[in-house]
Design a protein around this ligand. Structure first.
Ligand SMILES: Cc1cc2nc3c(=O)[nH]c(=O)nc-3n(C[C@H](O)[C@H](O)[C@H](O)COP(=O)(O)O)c2cc1C
Length: 185
């Protein structure tokens, strides 16, 4: 059985020891992708994004990996906004055994102040996604995903960025996965 290893990534990322994901594209020109090549990475503060991530993993057969902040916020409202505005990359933990196993990486998060939480920037900067496809998704109170997508373009210039989903309605998930061509039988 494969052993998953919890990685504390931000320090390495900050030290430049991990390569940032590398050009961009807009759609998943995916040849057939098998379920074991799909990773569903997500950060969720209060469970909404986690529910979507679990549905994506269930319907694609992909592997779930929760992104967590290594050090929980003392004051989420104050600290989280400040680190987004500062472009900070807080330390995270995420269980990913070997990123090279995956060709399609879903990346999910709640919208915070119309942006992705800073942990998502840490995640994107911590692995080499060059040549892979990243599929963003989010949940929110009302804002859509568009304003948060700039970090994917900035941090993953060698990566295909597929059309993302604002997944506030679970009924939208399956048609979107179908469009991406990754619905399991
Ligand atoms: C600190 C904070 C900031 C938020 N900022 C926004 C926002 O700018 N726009 C929005 O539509 N929702 C915003 N929300 C609502 C969350 O995006 C929404 O509740 C989301 O589904 C939470 O996902 P989670 O349960 O996975 O953490 C915010 C929530 C929090 C806690």
């Amino acid at each position: 059985m494969k052993r998953k290893i919890a990685l504390v990534l931000a320090v390495l990322a900050a030290a430049g020891l991990l390569s940032a994901c590398g050009a961009q594209a807009a759609s998943p020109s995916s040849p057939a992708i098998s379920s074991d090549q799909i990773l569903v990475a997500y950060f969720s503060n209060s469970g909404n994004t986690e529910e979507v991530a679990q549905l994506i993993a269930e319907r694609t057969g992909g592997t779930l990996a929760e992104i967590q902040r290594a050090v929980p916020y003392d004051d989420l409202q104050a600290e989280a906004e400040e680190e987004i505005n500062a472009g900070a990359r807080p330390e995270i933990t995420v269980d990913v055994e070997d990123i090279s196993d995956y060709e399609m990486i879903f990346v999910g998060y709640p919208i915070w102040w119309d942006e992705a939480p800073a942990m998502i920037s840490t995640f994107l900067a911590s692995f080499d996604f060059d040549g892979k496809t990243i599929v963003p998704f989010c949940t929110s109170a009302s804002d859509d995903i568009d304003n948060s997508l700039h970090i994917f373009i900035e941090l993953c210039p060698g990566t295909t960025i597929a059309e993302g989903l604002t997944a506030n309605d679970l009924d939208d998930v399956e048609p979107w996965l179908d469009t991406l061509g990754v619905l399991a039988d």
